[in-house]
Design a protein. Structure first.
Length: 134
């Protein structure tokens, strides 16, 4: 009985490790596709800006609300909060957005910045179906 339990313990631990590695790959390494992505900026839960990541490259965008001012910068495909007038300033120290699973949040100013993937057919406005018959 003890030998069977030990074997099952090793199997359970192995399955758990494989699951953890798979989740790590999906959420951290895989990161979501940012090619053609949009920068979404929310204020108090409402979408106030929908900006193209590629068009914003090398630029900054000032987000002005009644609670304060936040400046979003894009460099090398990475989105960051470069300046904020909030009293804590923690949002400026958050890591840059590099995939669609990450967020930058400024709680005092109630601003959320995130990346949203755009499907190929949404990117260029074309939807082409090809049918080949033999």
């Amino acid at each position: 009985m003890i030998k069977i339990t030990r074997k099952l313990d090793f199997v359970a631990i192995g399955v758990f490790i494989l699951l953890a590695v798979a989740l790590l790959f999906v959420f951290v390494i895989g990161g979501g596709n940012t090619q053609g992505a949009r920068i979404i900026i929310l204020s108090e839960g409402e979408r106030i800006y929908n900006l193209s990541l590629t068009e914003m490259e090398g630029q900054s965008h000032e987000v002005v609300t009644e609670r304060g001012v936040n400046v979003i910068s894009v460099n090398n495909g990475r989105v960051s909060m470069s300046r904020a007038t909030c009293h804590t300033g923690e949002c400026v120290t958050w890591p840059d957005l590099t995939n669609t699973f990450q967020r930058i949040v400024c709680l005092p100013n109630r601003i959320v910045v995130m990346l949203e993937a755009v499907e190929d057919d949404e990117r260029d406005g074309l939807n082409i179906d090809i049918m080949i018959t033999l």
